[in-house]
Design a protein around this ligand. Structure first.
Ligand code: 2AM
Length: 176
């Protein structure tokens, strides 16, 4: 796959992307919370869990990350999306697992360990796996969630968030 011409200004991140069916169910979670919390509902095709956020990368470093992603293999797992949560300062309402998800935490650590030799240093404070459902929320007391969702995963993706702030994401590579 060609490296996009905006490489350098795009922000890169590793993510788990849901199937279209699961994204539709997550979108229903967003619609369910919106009357309570306000904010802007994220488009179903943008919903994901970020495993590691890198930020801008030069074309050469982007190529290294694409190669890393393509040769990676992860243990398949499952996430039970069972709760709403919120980040008040960025005004986000999200969906995520109940409690700590050991396999996701391990995957997050593994990715950062693997890309350290490429010069990437983990700057994220702590890892809270979540799917952002609403942005610019005005209320932070979401309702009880609809029924839990089971999210099986078998690979992760290297994604580029295109400049412009419209939540336009492009897959650059995926693991095996
Ligand atoms: P958010 O949904 O909680 O805003 C693309 O922007 C993805 O990277 C989103 O999942 C976003 O999380 C995440 N992201 C953006 N900036 C980040 C940062 N500084 N640290 C961690 N994750 C970030």
């Amino acid at each position: 796959m060609a490296i996009p011409s905006y490489a350098g200004s795009a922000r890169l991140f590793f993510a788990l992307w849901p199937s279209a069916a699961l994204a539709g169910q997550l979108a229903a979670w967003a619609r369910h919370a919106q009357p309570y919390c306000g904010g802007r509902i994220m488009r179903a095709d943008t919903l994901h869990i970020t495993l590691a956020f890198l930020g801008p990368a030069s074309p050469a470093r982007t190529r290294q990350l694409i190669d890393y992603t393509r040769q990676s293999r992860i243990a398949p797992g499952e996430i039970r999306i069972a709760r709403y949560g919120s980040f008040k300062r960025p005004r986000i309402i999200w969906a995520g697992p109940e409690g700590r998800h050991e396999a996701l935490a391990a995957l997050h650590e593994q990715i950062w360990r693997d890309i350290a030799p490429l010069g990437w240093i983990q700057e994220e404070p702590d890892f809270t796996p979540h799917v952002t459902l609403l942005r610019k929320a005005s209320g932070f007391e979401p309702p009880d969630p609809p029924g839990a969702l089971d999210w099986p995963y078998a690979h992760f993706c290297l994604m580029a968030s295109e400049p412009g702030g419209q939540s336009r994401y492009r897959e650059l590579a995926r693991s095996r």
